[in-house]
Ligand binder design. Structure first.
Ligand code: PLP
Length: 227
């Protein structure tokens, strides 16, 4: 668990170095620790090291962890695909959903979000290369979906999320993130409340920060390999 604290301080140092290198304001990028398939003790260690934002992919696993860690002041993000028949527990237990890609799912989340809770923060997931294996709306359809989701009363539309095709070449990583960033800036003209560009993982977060990410989702580099 010592190693987790060391990993986190190393990542935060690198993030700050990248902010400086790419003329981003200091602290412009949030570290979201992706804790899927990691035990609650690992999350406690990351929390003790100062992190407050955690991302989970699988609903059942997440619900158990959220209950086990109810004593901590964690902001929980759902980053995995979401089926429309599973929205109720998500609306109840999460603070953010990054993977909204259909109006039906968004409507249900809005209807099911309790009035006593703050609005649920959502990002629209974009499938940049229209990969069969990935969720997300096509880039061309993102603007329409954003307008519709922005009108839902119990949701707060925050921005866009993407998982680009795996790519080791830095220039190509940047080119993919640039596509999402361009669309994000265009949307901000119509929806000035948008403030979140969720992109970048363990292997490509430098490229994401270079292109304007405000939140990077990092699992392996924080916790080590998943079991
Ligand atoms: C697993 C996952 C991550 C983290 O991936 P790492 O390569 O372990 O950093 C980020 N985003 C999403 C949507 C994921 O499913």
């Amino acid at each position: 668990m010592r190693r987790i604290a060391d990993n986190i301080s190393e990542i935060l140092e690198r993030m700050h170095a990248f902010e400086q290198r790419y003329q981003r304001p200091h602290g412009a990028v949030t570290l979201l620790a992706v804790s899927k398939k990691q035990p609650v003790e690992a999350i406690r260690a990351a929390y003790a090291a100062g992190l407050r934002d955690f991302g989970e992919n699988y609903l059942q696993e997440a619900e158990a962890k959220i209950a086990a860690l109810a004593d901590l002041d964690i902001t929980w993000h759902l980053i995995g695909p979401l089926q429309s028949n599973k929205t109720r527990p998500v609306a109840r237990h999460f603070h953010w959903v990054h993977s909204v890609d259909r109006l039906k799912v968004a409507r249900r989340l809005s209807e099911q979000r309790d009035d006593s809770m703050p609005p649920l923060n959502v990002c629209i997931q974009v499938n940049l290369a229209n990969e069969e294996s990935k969720s997300g709306v096509e880039l061309d359809a993102a603007a329409t979906l954003c307008q519709e989701v922005a009108a839902l009363p119990r949701l707060r539309l925050r921005g866009l999320m993407a998982i680009p095709a795996a790519e080791t070449d830095f220039a190509r990583q940047r080119a993919q993130f640039a596509q999402l960033a361009t669309e994000f800036r265009r949307l901000q003209q119509q929806l000035p409340q948008l403030d979140t560009l969720s992109m970048g993982m363990s292997n490509d977060y430098e490229a994401a920060i270079a292109e304007g990410a405000t939140l990077v989702r990092i699992g392996t580099a924080v916790f080590g390999a998943r079991t």
